[in-house]
Design a protein around this ligand. Structure first.
Ligand code: FES
Length: 71
């Protein structure tokens, strides 16, 4: 079970959520998907604050945690 990663995000900045599960940080793309069928999911937030990002890859609201890791 991978618990969510708490991360401080800035409003209107572009982030890339890892969808392949190979990134060393587990939540943001670090380029490790190269050569696979996966591509990162681009996202941004409207408010600068701390967010819980999904690390288990089961969230229906990715990149944000929806509690699926605990089910
Ligand atoms: S490293 Fe996982 S999508 Fe890029």
């Amino acid at each position: 079970m991978s618990t969510p990663v708490k991360m401080s995000l800035e409003a209107n900045k572009s982030y890339h959520f890892c969808t392949c599960g190979k990134s060393a940080s587990t939540v943001l793309c670090d380029g490790s998907h190269k050569g696979s069928v996966f591509t990162p999911k681009e996202f941004s937030v409207t408010e600068s604050k701390e967010y819980y990002l999904c690390a288990c890859k089961k969230s229906a609201n990715a990149p944000f945690c929806d509690g699926s890791h605990a089910k």
